[in-house]
Design a protein around this ligand. Structure first.
Ligand code: HEC
Length: 571
């Protein structure tokens, strides 16, 4: 590189203010807000002319419930070179066509392939257009959209294999999903049509989803399917939940927070990566038998015959997308040390209580010739969550990644629909990989470092102004607040409902005074909490009985009184 250019780049690095965009990056990297408020942005792909295509998902899965008008797929183009998309065009089905949008998207053979409801659609581009104009053609229909993982990320290989992730409907194929001590179904028939990656022909229309199309199996939720520079195919996998909540005699709370690992696996046709019988324990570095299938936390059993991951990460971080960074020579290109490595977007945890929640970042995992050094990853981009790191209150949650032809990295967020464009301006192509600057604001409301009476930032004060239900006491309401926050009894109510109980994509707002499951009386609320909600009306996932733990009668009464009080505040 010319010295003059290097000096110029270094100057640019000094003046870029990443924190103003909501994230932190390693030294020399700069972010611009490429687009904002485009809906619940999920995965992305780049077209040959550099246009970024983003799939967005229905508000139904999120707290904010009004998707922008127009189609769910968004074309974004920066025609001025300022790092901001000045052309924004929406296409595909929108809310008014009965569409719910989706996650998966890929570019292949002059067309955008995107998930829409139960199908993968193809939208062919006309020469010179930024966005396609037609209604699109159905490539595959009939994808299952029920249960815990209704999203369908996709990837297309150069020879035209369309790979589709079908996440599991349940946590661990239990007879009663997410219920303490529920045994695993044997056989797990759910696996015939879920928890694997399916293969279809990207060049053929009107294919129907069926068990026959399965490519690999035993992946609970493989949201980030990516090809490396040599055409090897990898996928992330979300590890299971509730080892401690459902099997407290086998796993401590700490083990429940840490286990199992999140994984990256290499896809080999016909392989089985272990779900639901097995999970990967990163402390023992092996697949072990799940308690639902007779495991005790150590035994491997049939899992020694299943395929282990090539890289792994802390539990519950939720890897939602992955891209390999291949050498680029354009204006935004990263130092050589990033070549061949993977970037992984972690959506962030909800169930690490009573410890702090984690994830909400983008990680760099080095790879050499298809081999990763597991555990040797760095946090590349951080700070997305902002002041409060939990699903219902995080400012942003990373959900998609794409690399532009000039080497820039795009990162999407599915809360507000922000897209960042990240480029390198450090002027040193031989710079080593480095971690993102620590973000200033991040704290977790469920941090175990706070004093026992103070997990909630306002603990002690929270219940002072609340009404007390008939037959209950202010002390009970106060105890209930501590149960709710995970300080007493080990339940993770706040993980799903938010520490402010105002809800998230996976748990209802309990403060609005509207009740879906009872008449809102103290006994009605208590019954809902005791029984859980196996088939939610407005949220994905389920609420296990007592939130997934065995609460004592006193704790149950207390948390019911607290929830009653939240719903009966004078608004
Ligand atoms: C795994 C996520 C999860 C956990 C953990 C969880 N809930 Fe829920 N909760 C839900 C879902 C989902 C619903 C149903 C919402 C719907 O029907 O759309 C629900 C519903 C409820 C309702 C009924 C609200 C109504 O509209 O009638 C109450 C009350 C409630 N939860 C309290 C709790 C308490 C107290 C805890 C902790 C002991 C807890 N929840 C733990 C996910 C969760």
């Amino acid at each position: 590189m010319q010295p003059a250019h290097a000096a110029e780049s270094a100057k640019a690095a000094q003046t870029c203010n990443n924190e103003a965009t909501g994230i932190t990056l390693p030294p020399g990297f700069c972010a611009t807000i490429f687009a904002d408020d485009i809906g619940h942005a999920r995965q992305m792909t780049v077209g040959p002319d550099g246009t970024l295509y983003v799939n967005t998902w229905s508000g139904r899965y999120y707290k904010v419930n009004t998707p922008p008008p127009g189609g769910y797929v968004v074309a974004l183009k920066d025609t001025k070179g300022g790092g901001h998309a000045d052309v924004v065009q929406r296409f595909g089905d929108g809310p008014n066509d009965g569409g719910h949008g989706g996650t998966g998207i890929a570019f292949y053979n002059n067309a955008i392939y995107a998930e829409s409801n139960d199908r993968i659609m193809r939208y062919t581009l006309k020469a010179g257009d930024v966005a396609p104009s037609g209604k699109g053609e159905v490539i595959v229909s009939g994808l299952p959209v029920t249960g815990d993982h209704p999203m369908h990320p996709i990837a297309i290989t150069p020879k035209g294999d369309l790979l589709i992730d079908l996440g599991s409907a349940t946590n661990a194929c239990e007879q009663e999903n997410r219920t303490p001590h529920s045994k695993g179904n044997e056989p797990c028939t759910e696996k015939d049509t879920r928890a694997g990656i399916w293969r279809y022909d990207a060049n053929k229309t009107d294919q129907k989803f069926s068990a026959a199309g399965r490519y690999v199996s035993g992946i609970r939720n493989g949201e980030g399917i990516a090809l490396d520079g040599s055409g090897r195919i990898f996928s992330t996998q979300h590890g299971r939940d509730q080892l401690h909540e459902d099997w407290p005699e086998l796993y401590t709370a700490k083990q429940g927070q840490e286990l199992p690992a999140e994984e990256v696996v290499e896809l080999k046709q016909g392989a089985d990566y272990g779900w639901p019988e097995c999970y990967f324990d990163q402390t023992q570095k092996k697949l072990v038998l799940a308690p639902e299938y007779g495991g005790d936390g150590k035994k491997a059993g049939l899992c020694s015959g299943r395929t282990a991951p090539v890289a792994w990460f802390p539990g519950h971080w939720a890897p939602n997308d992955m891209v390999f960074y291949e050498a680029k020579s354009g204006a935004g290109s990263f130092p050589h040390a990033y070549d061949g490595g993977a970037l992984i977007a972690f959506h962030g945890s909800w169930n690490r209580a009573p410890g702090p929640q984690e994830g909400y970042n983008v990680v760099f995992q080095p790879f050499h010739n298809g081999k990763a050094t597991a555990g040797k990853y760095l946090v590349f981009a951080d700070g997305f969550a902002g002041a409060v790191m939990e699903p219902g209150q995080a400012a942003f949650r990373p959900s998609g990644l794409a690399v532009a032809h000039d080497g820039a990295l795009f990162i999407s967020d599915d809360i507000h629909g922000r897209i960042w464009r990240v480029t390198y301006h450090g002027g040193n192509p031989d710079a080593q990989v480095a971690a993102a600057a620590k973000s200033p604001g991040a704290q977790s409301t469920s941090s175990s470092e706070l004093p026992p009476e103070g997990i909630h930032p306002d603990a002690g004060k929270v219940t002072a102004g609340l009404p007390v239900p008939p037959g209950s006491s202010a002390q009970q309401v106060a105890l209930g607040a501590r149960v709710f926050a995970g300080q007493v009894g080990g339940a993770t109510c706040s993980g799903c409902h938010g520490s402010d109980a105002k809800g998230s994509g996976i748990g209802a707002d309990l403060t609005a005074g509207k009740w879906l499951w009872s008449d809102g009386s103290l006994s009605g609320i208590q019954q809902t909490i005791a029984n859980g909600v196996p088939h939610p009306k407005e949220h994905s996932g389920v609420m296990p009985p007592m939130g997934g733990v065995q609460l004592s009668q006193d704790d149950l009464k207390a948390v019911s009184a607290y929830v009653w009080a939240l719903g009966h505040q004078t608004h």
